[in-house]
Design a protein around this ligand. Structure first.
Ligand code: PMP
Length: 437
């Protein structure tokens, strides 16, 4: 399955000689599995706040990268990282204050029932660990994910990432359910979504597979960015728990304030997950991630097994994590995401009143989706227009990408330090790209 917004060699002629040579070197050295974005790949050498710079010093407005969530190369985060790197970097088998200081600060961001945190380096590892613990707690193996979910790259988790395509085989213990498509489901989205989950549970039980977990991206990012009404997930979560499984909230995408003052995607639903996984923005580019859980879930696992992750939770990572939380809190970035996100969404909705091709604008905070359709009645996805807009914006030095099963949904996800002025630059470029269609 082709990745949305993927570079296809030979499609665009005006790649500089230097970049063409770099593409060739990548292919030769990195092999065939890597992909680049855009019809004309982008070469980036520096980042600052919401701006990325190419080798000629051209500035690109970053409306896409959710990892550098407090802004590219935030000086406080860089200073914290370099200071600790010059003092000590070891692992979790020596006593050190930083890991407990950070664990305390991080857990304070969650509902009180979530009391333990285990550190990893990537979101994939966090989900892999969460799955192992879930299996140990439930004694089940059946896992439910949405149809186009992405949860990571390990052997176990790639099976739970159908967005990687059918080449990745899935065992019978993995059940796919339709995403809560708020644009296409007429009527009660929560009940429709829960019906899918209940059907998956029934199928497992018929096959003698014991349910283990419902693993959900809190913003259904790769499925097409769906937020739904607050509370709509409750029925589905109730169903997995009633069947003896647990609810794992994958907050790698929506977490750390992206959806606004709620701070976490699951918080919008008034739910307390059994486990949560976090990553991406946690270290603002420094590789760190974690699984967070209610104590009873990990009790047997911890008694009968041990956990060590060479790099996870090291003093440098935890220092970076503390600096990121400081910046989010002191700069009011979750509140900013709510405020600027609403402003952007209003602007996109105004564009939708003038452009028939925009079928839906949705999202919360600074995670928005905009869906292009060929016809507002049939809602047939318009991948071609989406690709043209993404690449035209790139020419206008504004960076976004696209997602969804029809490759027709703009994924709008800037660093949380995005201001109203940045939103205006983006909306103005969108207006021009739409006019140029
Ligand atoms: N979960 C979700 C929802 C993700 O979007 C991703 C990464 N795109 C992951 C997990 C895996 O994280 P990582 O790439 O850090 O392994």
């Amino acid at each position: 399955m082709a990745m949305v917004n993927q570079y296809v060699p030979g499609r665009e002629g005006d790649i500089s000689a230097a970049d063409a040579a770099l593409i060739k070197r990548r292919e030769k050295l990195l092999g065939p599995a890597y992909r680049l974005f855009y019809e004309k790949p982008l070469h980036i050498v520096r980042g600052e706040g919401v701006w990325l710079y190419d080798p000629d010093g051209n500035a690109y407005l970053d409306v896409y990268n959710n990892v550098a969530s407090v802004g590219h190369c935030h000086p406080r985060v860089v200073a914290a990282l370099t200071k600790q790197a010059a003092i000590l970097n070891t692992h979790t088998r020596y006593l050190h204050e930083t890991i407990v200081d950070y664990a305390e600060r991080l857990l304070a961001k969650f509902p009180a029932a979530l009391q333990h945190v285990m550190f990893t380096c990537t979101g994939s590892e966090a989900n892999d660990l969460a799955l192992r613990i879930a299996k140990s707690y439930t004694k089940g193996t059946g896992v439910i994910v949405t149809k186009l979910a992405y949860h990571g790259l390990t052997v176990a988790i790639s099976e739970l990432s159908p967005s990687l395509g059918d080449y990745v085989e899935r065992g019978p213990q993995v059940k796919l359910v339709p995403a809560p498509d708020t644009y296409r489901i007429s009527g009660d989205v929560g009940a429709t979504f829960a019906a899918g989950v209940k059907a998956a549970i029934a199928e497992m039980q018929k096959q003698g597979i014991k349910p283990c977990a419902l693993l959900l991206d809190g913003i259904f990012s790769s499925d097409g960015v769906f937020l739904g009404e607050p509370g709509f997930l409750k029925e589905a979560v109730g169903a997995i728990r009633a069947a003896g499984g647990i609810y794992i909230a994958d907050e790698v995408q929506p977490g750390f304030g992206r959806v606004g003052p709620d701070f976490w995607g699951f918080a919008r639903h008034g739910l307390v997950p059994d486990m949560v996984t976090v990553g991406k923005p946690m270290g603002n580019g420094h590789p760190m991630a974690a699984a967070i859980m209610q104590p009873h879930i990990v009790e047997e696992f911890g008694r009968r097994s041990r956990y060590f992750n060479t790099f996870g939770g090291n003093p440098v990572s935890c220092t970076v994590g503390l600096a990121v939380l400081d910046v989010i809190e002191q700069e009011g970035l979750a509140e900013n995401a709510g405020k600027v996100g609403t402003y952007m969404r209003d602007g996109l909705e105004r564009l939708a009143t003038r452009h028939e091709g925009i079928g839906d604008v949705r999202g919360a905070g600074l995670f928005l989706g905009l869906e292009f359709v060929k016809d507002r009645t049939t809602k047939e996805p318009d991948a071609e227009t989406t690709t043209r807009i993404v690449n035209d914006l790139r020419r206008r030095k504004v960076l976004i990408s696209a997602t969804g099963p029809g490759a027709n949904i703009l994924k709008i996800r800037p660093p949380l330090v995005f201001t109203q002025e940045h939103a205006d630059i983006f909306l103005d470029a969108m207006e021009k790209s739409l006019a140029a269609l």
